[in-house]
Design a protein around this ligand. Structure first.
Ligand SMILES: [Zn+2]
Length: 285
């Protein structure tokens, strides 16, 4: 659900002068899980906070499960995870956020692998989680949108960054959908929505995600200094429980992040990319 385009122009007119004049923007990065924001935008967050910007990393699916459905049990067994893994991941997230100078908010919605669903039952495998039909999660989208509405950090945000949903993880798609609905429903229209490229999914994606997921949007490259990139890698290193799962073979996370940055269309060595919808002036008449 796309926000009203004429409102988008109004949003930009209010936010961009603030940034250009050096006034610290309030930024909220919506992170589906306890790592996505720093993996995907750690350099941009470090750069923003170094320049006095205020960044809150708001993690949606940070709820602590009380029992494990089949896919959760399988995941825990496969990676030998302790029962309190979500609590440990919350601690990792707080440490990582402090490295990049951000605040954290953890919401209590359960990760897809921990959700018990009525009707069709719980997800049965990770393949299920990565190919789920969002219509089956309509109530959860509404719940997340309501949680965003109730969140103080969201109320005054100049920019809200949300995942594009590359990789098709249902939690990433729900986060994006809820944020788009939240922006469309606001009575004061001063928030710019930007879409970030989900890492490491973007680096491993096959198929034409660029056109599928960025329709009507323009790219904004966020260049990072060498210092900001080092800070990003230090922050990523805080997520040791996830590094051992996501980079268990092949490239290291440092190498994969650098390879991704070098594929972006910029001369600088370190960069990340977000997407923002173009204003379609023809539709305003
Ligand atoms: Zn995620």
């Amino acid at each position: 659900m796309a926000p009203n385009l004429s409102k988008r122009e109004d949003d930009e007119n209010k936010v961009l002068p603030k940034i250009i004049s050096g006034e610290a923007p309030l930024v909220v990065v919506l992170s589906p899980h306890l790592d996505d924001a720093v993996f995907s935008l750690g350099g941009a967050i470090a750069s923003c906070t170094r320049q006095a910007g205020k960044v809150t990393i708001l993690t949606i699916f940070a709820g602590i499960p009380t029992r494990l459905p089949q896919v959760g049990r399988h995941f825990h067994d496969k990676y030998n995870l302790p029962p309190n893994i979500v609590t440990l991941r919350r601690c990792e997230d707080v440490r990582a956020a402090s490295v990049v100078g951000a605040q954290t908010v953890h919401l209590n919605h359960l990760d897809a692998i921990y959700r018990h669903r009525d009707g069709d039952g719980s997800f049965l495998s990770m393949r299920d989680v990565l190919s789920a039909d969002m219509n089956m999660e309509a109530d959860l989208v509404s719940d997340v949108m309501q949680a965003l509405t109730n969140c103080a950090a969201m109320l005054h945000a100049d920019i809200v960054c949300v995942p594009l949903g590359i990789g098709g993880h249902i939690d990433h798609l729900i986060t994006r959908e809820a944020a788009e609905r939240w922006v469309a429903s606001k009575s004061t229209h001063h928030t710019v929505l930007q879409f970030y490229e989900d890492f490491p999914y973007v680096a491993r994606a096959t198929g034409d995600w660029l056109y599928d997921m960025t329709s009507g949007a323009r790219p904004l490259l966020i260049e990072a200094s060498e210092q900001d990139w080092k800070i990003k890698l230090q922050a990523v290193a805080c997520f040791s429980s996830q590094i051992s799962i996501m980079w268990s073979g092949g490239l290291s996370y440092e190498a994969e992040m650098l390879a991704y940055a070098r594929r972006l269309p910029t001369e600088v060595q370190f960069a990340e990319r977000v997407w923002q919808r173009e204003i379609e002036r023809d539709q305003e008449a």
